[in-house]
Design a protein around this ligand. Sequence first.
Ligand code: HAM
Length: 444
Amino acid sequence: MPTPSNPLKAVRGTRDLLPPDTALWNRVESIARSVFSRYGFGEIRTPIFEDTSLFARGVGEETDIVSKEMYTWEDRARAQSEKAQSLTLRPENTAGVVRAYIEHNLGDTGQLQKLFYIGPQFRRERPQRGRYRQFWQIGVEVLGPVTSGSESPLRDAEVLEMLATLLDELGIKGWRLELNSVGSATDRPRYVAALREALAPIKHQLCEDNQRRAETNPLRVLDSKDPNDQALIEALPRIADFLDDSSREHFSQVCVALDACGVPYTINPRLVRGLDYYTRTTFEFTVPSSGDPASGLGTQNALLGGGRYDGLSEMLGGPRAPGIGFAIGEDRLILTLQAQAGAPHLASEMWEKKLDAYIAPLGSKRNAAALALARELRRAGLSVEVGDGAFRLKKSFEAADRVARHIVILGEDELASGILTVKTFATGEQTKIAQADLAQALRA
Ligand code: HAM
């Protein structure tokens, strides 16, 4: 039980976002919305919790996310005849979007669906800087029937080019696009078999985690960060050598289109990503890592990740609907902006933007009139704070100077005459203004 000396705190791995930081969050989201709308995206909002089997089937039973990190509970049955349902807080949103695509028959329109979302996700990870248990993603999914062009490498390149534009417009410096192809649903099993074979004789030399991964999900060994295992991992077979002709051709067309747009990228043959639904193109955008103070991310340098998921709809019982998407870790994006010099240009105008006016009633009897005046000005589109008649005038001036450009004094004389005293802090000028002209004057 909490006691006065033991107040409740936010749960470990979750955090409160407060002003003025939230101004930066809103600014980032509005830039993202503006970029997405220029590329023809519409917003989708899916539930924060879903049936557990959606993630088990979509993301994959053996991924870290599903096997270790989900917040899952049995929802109580409401009637005896009802079965308890296993529910999970969404650890990511691609599976939910594809479920919604299937449920609402969005494929029947024959159109390519270009959807974006902004919202919290939940993973029970070990919290550290840039890694939280509730974190935010800004994501995009492009999917549709094959006839809508959803499989085309043009879509991959468009999504990547849009990301480059978004990061540039946000002012993120030094981002790097790492790109790979993990092949089709038939290439992957051949590659995984080859990996297993190559891992078998060297497994005992790997760290404990990698020994387990070599058994359960050998692809995961590739993105291990364990420094002692790197030389062995480097020598493992590469997926590029297992791609069939059509996957190889698809990947090369993505690269050609990126070159045509002038979007720089690095091919990273070990980039396999931690979710099972990926096929063909996979990618991550990183910012300079831990050693570099510009990143602000500690060791978590993946700002965002994504890729193709051509078989996900079918895995979830839907029609064929190839797709590609990404999710930006918004917390990491904000940390990076705050650590880089780019933050002030986004936030300062909001942090420093003062209200138009502060109304200072003289004496508590003037409080009601002050609120009525504030209502009039706010309805005229001005930003206004109201003081309290119980404050001494000096305190009102100090409070007003902190938050507003003008102070409006409302005393008995002013109320009787309808002529108000207004001081402009920037110039120190004090003037008398008729109430009818006040809104106009305060805008200046
Ligand atoms: P993901 O790589 O698991 O992909 O997550 C995307 C991004 O979310 C990461 O790059 C990272 O910035 C952020 N992120 C992940 N976990 C955390 C955490 N615990 N704390 C803070 N940030 C985190 C997906 O979620 C896929 N659904 C992306 C996608 C969309 N693929 C296709 N469409």
